[in-house]
Design a protein around this ligand. Sequence first.
Ligand code: NAP
Length: 663
Amino acid sequence: MATPTVPTAPSGVPDELAALLADDDALAAAVDAAEMPALLPALAHLTGELDLVDDALRPPLRLLPDRVEPQGGMAPEVVAAARERALAALRRFRDSGMVAAPEPATATLRRLMRFVAGDVGDEYLPLMAHELGLPDDVGAPGWTVDEVAPGRTLDVVVVGAGMSGLVTAHRLTQAGVGVTVLERNDDVGGVWLENGYPGARLDTANFAYSYSFAQRPDWPHQFSARDDIHDYFRSVADAFDLRRLVRFGHEVVAAEYDDATARWTVTARDRDGTEVVLDADAVISATGQLNRPKLPDVPGRDSFAGPAFHTARWRHDVDLTGRRVAVIGTGASAYQVVPSIVDRVASLTVFQRTPPWMAPTPTYHAPIPEPARALARALPHYPRWLRFLQFWTSVDGRRPFMEVDPDWDHPVSVSARNEALRRALVANLEARFGDRPDLLAKVVPDYPPGAKRMMRDNGVWAAALHREHVALVTDAITEVTPTGVRTADGAEHQVDVVVYATGFHAEEFLAPITVRGREGRDLHAQWGGDARAHLGVHVPGFPNLFCVYGPNTGLVINGSILLFSEIAVHHVLGLLRELLERDAAAVEVRPEAHDAYNARVDAGSARMAWGVATVNSWYRNAAGRVSQVWPFPLLDYWRMVREPDLAEYAFHPRRSAEQNARA
Ligand code: NAP
């Protein structure tokens, strides 16, 4: 894949742009294929022609219950006018010697951002600039350990080299922190490495699913396939030289804080079982949420005679051609697997406990047309603004449709808006399954939209379920036998292969690592199965232990999980800088700040569909509390987390060697 950076300031015009501008037909095709709400600000950015972002051309970006409008909802005649203006501007740029305008002043940049986002409050602007990546690498720490505390070193162990671990390692390295990443797998990429099942792909828009500091201009799809996403993370590791920091094949088994030295001892085991012990000032957990496969606790599970495996441990050595296959589960993984294997199996029995809601997304598998990709490769700033457009449309996404109206009284919706969404989604299901009343009766959910993860529907799921050799079984599974799966009605569904698409132990943060903090306290005993962390990052009693993508930072419907990790890392670096400036040894959240925050989170969850609905979902832990996902708007995470509120933390002093000897 291409280097994951947007072509930067066009002082030297890229060759690809010169070539595109020289070819009138290619240029017209590129403009035809472009997203106008992104192309117009990109061109204004490049040329300085601000009339390109006239109010008359502004995209309305309406929030509709069931779909995202193409071209930001611009009327066809406005799109046509915008194309004409864009083409003319490109030609003028070419004919006047391709001289780029200077980088926009702040006021101009705001005008460009507001062209896309509308008249949003000033409080959004720093977040928006961050996501545009302007100025370049705006999220970099901007300080180093050497500058802040000359002569002192700071060593950090990062657990995991997935999406969160990579950004953590990169930012810490920029600040001159010593970093060792311990990764149990043999490559970077986390879930994108582990989930190699057929059909795995993104279900959030792709440009926005990338780091602000490593934007990729030429994504092949709007929702890219797993290999492209995995390649992206690998290329980020290469571009920022992060692999040298990673010890692959090392699974962390324990981390222990020493009160006397205020340091952590981290124990990892390599593939041979050899233990490696590292000593560090701090530990950052970037272990993610969806990486420990959960198998259903049904009798006879181990008695099955044929191959049986979890989607995240896909057996590529098992050829499914002509086999009778069971897929257990109808979550996001099953939803992608089933249509991908349906053509090659002899029969497919899909076991559904809870049907998913499906959001119509006709372009879910569609490639980005080549002229649009060519434009993104060639035209400086266009991919940046495209990413911004996707980011903005997902900032709060359909979140308002999931908010609970306390006065709304309905068994399967939580507000009038939620009900409108539900009806639109039911209408879509009726269109997909209306010809098969037997299936329709099984696939319409009886819980509010937003209570659990929604699927992207381009018709392939319904088409697969319609096939003659496919059965959708909704009777409860009572047993796995040597030859199949038995259900509550007594039937044995005989199969050759069982695929468990049954999800992950999302609620068991940092499991199965033994973590001991101050005075020997055990993290998992303290949590008692109900993980909580201040801002998703800090746990009282565990100084200098930080989580990135920790409790209550997953996303249901709004925003970008990569941005959350970028924000959390910035927060941690802010505290580490403060620690150095105070010449302190460790930082720890004050229990009262932690408790107040968690009470606020719980109250926030109770205002969202996923917090009030009782349907099964991986968002809730065994205690019934939503401990995995973020209940507030995305901007709140930026405002609450990015710059730490120092009053919420205690800084433990450094002890002299003498004090340590006495202790
Ligand atoms: P999941 O959403 O937790 O789904 C697990 C499925 O297994 C559910 O349908 C569940 O039913 C079913 N199940 C569990 N135990 C069962 C039993 N004993 N009998 C019958 N059915 C049983 O797991 P997932 O599909 O792996 O997805 C997890 C998350 O990973 C997603 O929500 C998403 O955030 C992420 N993901 C993302 C993508 C992507 O496109 N980017 C793809 C895959 C996964 P219940 O619903 O009744 O519990």
